[in-house]
Design a protein around this ligand. Structure first.
Ligand SMILES: Nc1ncnc2c1ncn2[C@@H]1O[C@H](COP(=O)(O)OP(=O)(O)OP(=O)(O)O)[C@@H](O)[C@H]1O
Length: 201
């Protein structure tokens, strides 16, 4: 598994953020560092196909994002902690939607992750009624279950209780996961995970 970003150019109206930016990531965890406003979240969104580059190319193995956007997206999951996009759905309906999109999802694994994050009692709640930490946990339960090659996680530990932080560290550090997934995460504190590399923006 390899994420390859070539000559990436991207700017917001008043912020030229990336100019001819390049990055290659292999399997395992990459810690993306940088001060507030450096562009970490923007880079995750670009790599996840949630923002469109103004120049350059992004590949996941042999799938180019711009050329095969749907195929690319089916191999990656962006875990951003953003507010829900479909606020009228319940937690279960959000989960079902993801299971429908990512066809070979292991449902038993997803249920185990939901149980570990104490989310099973929330399944019938409207997604908007989850607390910040519960919403993060729902996204992380999906991140840890979906059969994707690329995981993009913005500030994985923000808003989590102590037990959830420990559980997430153990799950992310599992050797079989590190062998099969490319994980790009941002964190302002040392994530205390086995790292393949650190990238400073
Ligand atoms: N939609 C937008 N329109 C205009 N500017 C934006 C937009 N989103 C982000 N920016 C600006 O782009 C820059 C990078 O933002 P980004 O969220 O990627 O930074 P970050 O490194 O993740 O920051 P933090 O550590 O604070 O989360 C910031 O200066 C931000 O104000």
């Amino acid at each position: 598994m390899e994420l390859s970003i070539e000559q990436l150019t991207f700017e917001y109206a008043s912020h030229p953020l990336f100019q001819q930016f390049g990055l290659t990531l292999s399997a395992g965890i990459t810690w993306l560092r940088g001060e507030n406003g450096a562009g970490k979240t923007t880079l995750l969104k670009l790599a996840g196909g949630a923002l469109t580059p103004h120049g350059g190319r992004i590949w996941l193995d042999d799938i180019e994002l711009q050329a095969q956007p749907l195929a690319y997206r089916l191999h990656c999951y962006y875990c951003g902690g953003d507010t829900p996009q479909l606020p009228w759905l319940t937690v279960q309906e959000i989960l079902d939607m993801h299971v429908g999109l990512y066809a070979s999802t292991d449902i038993a694994l997803l249920n185990a992750q939901l149980q570990a994050f104490h989310l099973l009692p929330t399944l019938d709640q409207p997604i908007t009624t989850l607390s910040l930490g519960q919403h993060k946990k729902m996204q992380l339960a999906l991140a840890l279950s979906l059969p994707v090659r690329l995981l993009l996680i913005d500030e994985p530990f923000n808003g989590l209780d102590v037990d959830a932080v420990a559980y997430l560290r153990q799950q992310l550090a599992a050797p079989e996961r590190l062998a099969r997934q490319t994980i790009l995460l941002t964190s302002h504190v040392d994530p205390q995970l086995p790292l393949t590399q650190t990238v400073q923006l």
